[in-house]
Design a binder for this molecule. Structure first.
Ligand SMILES: *Cc1c(COP(=O)(O)O)cnc(C)c1O
Length: 229
């Protein structure tokens, strides 16, 4: 007799299962999709059980919050990889280069310049994703699609930055697929291998469109309370 029916699958296991299913449907190897567990607003008590299930790649959207939370966790657990997915002020480039293995929010020349300076100085090379504002939303950061090729070229030629890929955050309430498709198209024509797209509500769709990094918070950690960590 097996008792599998009574075993409650963890939210993380469910997300992994959905990633595997989406990859199978798209004819992709699940190893080509990195799950970035977005831990913003959650403290160590919520994060440690996820680490215990083998998750090693985490994301935060604020430098200050990451600085408070992750150094003690890094002392306790090996192999952690931390990604910044929120906006980055140029004056925090130094801390960001020191702390993160990837930055998903490169969106302007002044930040490219600040990151280039710190990368040269620190000899650390976080993977850099250029954030696109595919919906051309005025309140949102990100490079407009029509300016993307020029910005990729400027990052490479003027600032000698290695660009890993593109990131997008489709407008709320719109079908995400066209935004994922556009992001993938811009990446392809610029020779960029990595695509950071898809969140709790839409990561299986993002995988169909080639996402290599899905940024999933709520589906792993539950709803965020208003109060921040
Ligand atoms: C919070 C956040 C996510 C995760 O969103 P969920 O809907 O909770 O999965 C992904 N990307 C960015 C940039 C975020 O700020």
């Amino acid at each position: 007799m097996t008792s599998t029916a009574s075993v409650v699958e963890s939210p993380l296991a469910k997300v992994r299962g959905e990633i595997a299913r989406a990859c199978a449907q798209a004819g992709r190897d699940p190893a080509t999709v990195t799950l970035v567990a977005i831990a913003k607003t959650f403290g160590a008590a919520a994060i440690e059980p996820v680490i215990a299930q083998g998750q090693r790649v985490f994301g935060e959207n604020r430098v200050q919050e990451a600085k408070a939370k992750w150094p003690p966790l890094r002392e306790r657990y090996g192999g952690l990889e931390l990604h910044l997915v929120g906006p980055l002020q140029s004056n925090k480039a130094k801390e960001a280069v020191a702390m993160f293995e990837a930055i998903h929010s490169l969106d302007r020349p002044s930040l490219a310049e600040a990151l280039a300076k710190e990368i040269a100085k620190q000899g650390r090379k976080p993977a850099l994703f250029i954030e696109l504002n595919t919906g051309a939303e005025p309140q949102k950061s990100g490079v407009l699609p029509e300016q993307a090729d020029g910005f990729v070229a400027a990052c490479r030629n003027r600032y000698a930055l290695e660009i890993a890929g593109l990131m997008c955050l489709p407008p709320a309430g719109e079908a995400p697929a066209p935004h994922f498709a556009l992001t993938a198209k811009i990446a392809r024509r610029n020779g960029l291998a990595f695509l950071s797209m898809g969140m709790s509500a839409d990561f299986p769709i993002a995988i169909q469109f080639g996402a290599t990094h899905v940024r999933v918070g709520t589906a792993i950690f539950g709803e965020r309370r208003q109060v921040r960590f």
